[in-house]
Design a protein around this ligand. Structure first.
Ligand code: HEM
Length: 457
């Protein structure tokens, strides 16, 4: 999964461009909004039946949806679109306006240059010891027979790895615990505020609003503390935080305090929620597919000879890696993405006017029967080289492509494979009564409430 470049096809002359068909199933006033809110995954998955590019009516607004792998790749790689739109605006209001995830143009390019070295393939081995320590600590925290609350456990390890690897420091251990609590609450409230934008209602002194505001304030305070302590220590370890503190803007001046703050938030927030949700699905997969859990264990043992799995082993763990990729195919943490057209443009011969909002769903793309045989089957062997070559281009891009591609693909894959290897070697897993592994749609996809019992191998 690397950045791929394509030679853009010559666009059709403007006079030949078609208007995308209107998707069926809309109702008066609300348009398609009702279906989108009621069952967003089924709705997005059904859109390809209506066309490669379709128009949706969300209340009075027209939104464009792209439904084929090739066109999602073309969209992500085209300079005619930027990150913007209502979802991003509500994110900016909560998390800050100056971070890499919401910036565009020259500022975004400069910010990517600053953060990229911390995520390069050759930078990842330096994180190996922390990833190893956290993966084994996770398995050791669990006691056979006791119930694991997978949501909090997954969140905890994801935040700890991101914070300890990218913002090194003695103090990080305790801070990571506080960050977990703050981020978990912020994410819960944020999704609600994004999909149901009832502005004034969220300012009422209700318990849920107070809890959300406290968590958001704590998140920002923690980030300020982390930055201040690093500065006071006078130390400059080779990490992301040092890169941010030493970054310069387009004029060669140091970047402002607000931008440093927003950058840390913009990296920690997507970094923890996405990895945490993926770990939850990996645990669910290990419980639901014991045959693959056993194959992971056998593979790890054949590589390690029985010693604890190490970071260096990961690249030899082919099946483990395929289990991770297949889990991400069926339950992509990032299930919906949006862009806004900056100019009158086209996609697949359809006219896209300047200012149009465009959505697509990696969930729908990665489950499409046109791209995958037995599309809903959990089959990690479909990623063996002889079979993977048949997967259409861009039909599996959980980290996206182009200039907004996740900087953290190598960082994420390394920790996900290591965690899967460590926990599957130590335990078998069973769901316990009360566990609910149905899909909960939020900013990411995760199980509603996954509760597992570990059984010592
Ligand atoms: C962007 C997925 C983990 C930091 C993205 C995007 C996707 C994605 C699809 C592109 C969004 C778009 O096109 O609009 C994932 C998945 C992850 C993961 C599936 C793990 C399973 C992480 C981690 C970090 C991170 C661990 C940081 C520690 C970011 C940042 C961006 C981003 C900063 C914004 C990049 C930009 O706009 O230039 N991620 N991500 N992600 N991700 Fe990740």
């Amino acid at each position: 999964m690397t950045v791929e470049s394509v030679k853009p096809e010559a666009p059709a002359p403007a006079s030949e461009l078609r208007v995308p068909p209107l998707a069926g199933g809309r109702v008066p006033v609300l348009g398609h909004g009702l279906k989108l809110v009621r069952d967003p995954l089924a709705f997005m998955s059904g859109l390809r039946e209506h066309g490669d590019v379709v128009r949706l009516k969300l209340g009075p607004k027209t939104v464009y949806a792209v439904t084929t792998p090739a066109l999602t790749g073309a969209l992500a790689l085209s300079p005619d679109y930027k990150i913007d739109g209502p979802l991003w605006e509500s994110l900016e209001g909560l998390l800050g306006k100056e971070g890499v995830a919401t910036a565009n143009g020259p500022r975004h390019r400069r910010q990517r240059r600053t953060i990229q070295p911390a995520f390069r393939l050759d930078a990842i081995p330096a994180y190996g010891p922390i990833m190893e320590e956290e993966a084994h600590a996770l398995a050791e925290r669990w006691k056979p027979g006791e119930t694991i609350e997978c949501t909090s456990e997954s969140f905890r390890v994801a935040v700890r790895i991101a914070a300890r690897c990218l913002l090194r420091g003695e103090y990080m251990d305790e801070r990571a615990e506080r960050l977990c609590v703050a981020l978990a609450t912020v994410f819960r409230g944020m999704y609600r505020r994004m999909v149901v934008p009832l502005g004034p209602l969220y300012r009422l002194p209700l318990p849920a609003n107070r809890e959300f505001n406290r968590a958001l304030a704590d998140l920002h305070l923690l980030v300020d503390e982390i930055v201040a302590e690093r500065r006071a220590s006078g130390q400059k370890p080779d990490d992301l935080l040092t890169a941010l503190l030493e970054a310069e803007d387009e004029n060669g001046d140091p970047i402002g305090e607000q931008e440093i703050h927003d950058q840390v938030v913009a990296i920690l927030t997507p970094g923890s929620e996405t990895v945490a949700s993926t770990i939850m699905w990996l645990l669910q997969v290990l419980a639901e597919h014991p045959e693959h859990a056993d194959r992971v264990r056998d593979e790890v043992e054949s590589v390690t000879g029985g010693r604890p799995v190490a970071f260096e082993d990961v690249r030899k763990l082919t099946h483990t890696n395929n289990v991770v990729v297949e889990a991400m195919r069926l339950r992509p943490a990032v299930w919906i993405l949006t862009r806004r057209a900056v100019t009158d443009t086209e996609l697949g011969g359809y006219r896209i006017p300047a200012g149009a909002d465009i959505v697509y769903s990696p969930y729908a793309i990665q489950r499409d029967a046109r791209s995958y045989a037995d599309n809903l089957e959990f089959d990690p062997d479909r990623w063996l080289p002889e079979r993977a070559k048949d997967v259409p281009k861009y039909a599996m891009s959980p980290f996206s492509v182009g200039n907004r591609k996740c900087p953290s693909d190598h960082f994420s894959m390394a920790q996900l494979s290591l965690i899967t290897a460590a926990v599957a070697t130590a335990y078998r897993f069973e769901q316990v009564p009360g566990s609910d592994d149905t899909t909960r749609v939020g900013i990411t996809l995760r199980p509603h409430e996954l509760l597992l019992r570990p059984v010592r191998r």
